[in-house]
Design a protein around this ligand. Structure first.
Ligand code: GUN
Length: 297
């Protein structure tokens, strides 16, 4: 079997067109959603993510407030900025790009963000609400993965889902979302990690396999069954002298080999990445609607 490619760019473009129309309607009522992006330090990957997020806001008609701070910014300075953004009525969403440089306390920063502006869904209040199945901002990457699965007509209910990776940003929230008793849940979920004894025993059982380990070729063709649906969350830079930048991006999955056994697979780039940004825009628009007292859900 050769897999059909799940085109994340196309799914993201469809969703962004729907959102753009909604933002235009809000603008007629004088409502402009605002997102503050906070980047501390010079990490090249983080810089490019943040730039992509800001460009996407501008394209959508969302106000974007760019806060780029030096790597030696103190905890106090960062906390003061969060406080200022919490109080700013133009700002509906606050995103602090992770990871923060060494020496800064990430947990304290995330806790300081007003949960009603936590469009990343990382505040413990939103994490808790998600776990108990209450309405909350859902973390962007797992939420984007659910959208990709649903919009590709993949059956989640009853599926054996294996997630490789247990990060707070992807693995843990995604596992929780997939076991919820709701239309995007009801899966049987296994979470594998660096201490898993026999990774391929688990991955071979998967109907849906999510690779979010942050390491190239974590999933190879011998580790999957025929017909599996593969979602590759990895974004790894590997040296490539033929490229102008000197590197290319690869996922966590050996794409060329695994696509010969899978039924559906996401590429890197052009799979999960565009969806993450789209769900951030979605959460920011939701937040602006709630702040204005418009809440259809
Ligand atoms: N770093 C990697 N992914 C993310 C994300 O979705 N949000 C933030 N804030 N930082 C990240």
């Amino acid at each position: 079997m050769t897999a059909q490619i799940i085109d994340g760019k196309q799914v993201a473009a469809d969703m962004r067109a729907e959102l753009k129309a909604e933002v235009a309607e809000l603008a007629k009522k004088g409502i402009v959603p605002g997102l503050a992006v906070v980047l501390v330090g010079e990490d090249p990957a983080s810089k490019s993510y943040v730039t992509a997020k800001e460009r996407a806001c501008e394209d959508m008609g969302i106000y974007s407030d760019d806060n780029r701070l030096a790597a030696d910014t103190s905890q106090e300075e960062l906390m003061a900025l969060i406080e200022k953004l919490n109080k700013d009525p133009k700002i509906n969403g606050i995103l602090v790009q992770l990871p923060l440089p060494d020496g800064l306390n990430e947990a304290e920063v995330l806790l300081a963000i007003d949960p009603v502006k936590d469009v990343d869904g990382f505040h413990p209040v939103n994490v808790g609400k998600m776990v108990v199945g209450e309405k909350a901002f859902l973390p962007c990457t797992p939420h984007g993965i659910l959208q990709l699965l649903m919009r590709s007509n993949v059956t989640i209910k009853g599926a054996e889902v294996v997630i490789v990776g247990r990060s707070n940003i992807v693995g843990k929230p995604l596992a929780n979302m997939l076991i919820q008793k709701n239309p995007t849940g009801n899966a049987t979920v296994t979470v594998c990690h660096t201490r898993t004894k026999d990774l391929s025993y688990h991955t071979k059982r998967a109907d849906i396999l999510i690779a979010a380990a942050g390491r190239p070729k974590t999933v190879t063709a011998d580790m999957v069954k025929e017909g599996v649906v593969v979602i590759d969350v990895g974004v790894n830079r590997v040296e490539d002298a033929t490229k102008k930048k000197g590197y290319r991006l690869v996922g966590d999955v050996d794409f060329e080999a695994v696509k010969e056994k899978a039924s559906l697979i996401t590429p890197v780039p052009g799979g999960v990445g565009p969806m993450t940004i789209t769900m951030l825009l979605y959460n920011t628009v939701e937040s602006a609607k709630r702040a204005a007292g418009i809440d259809e859900h």
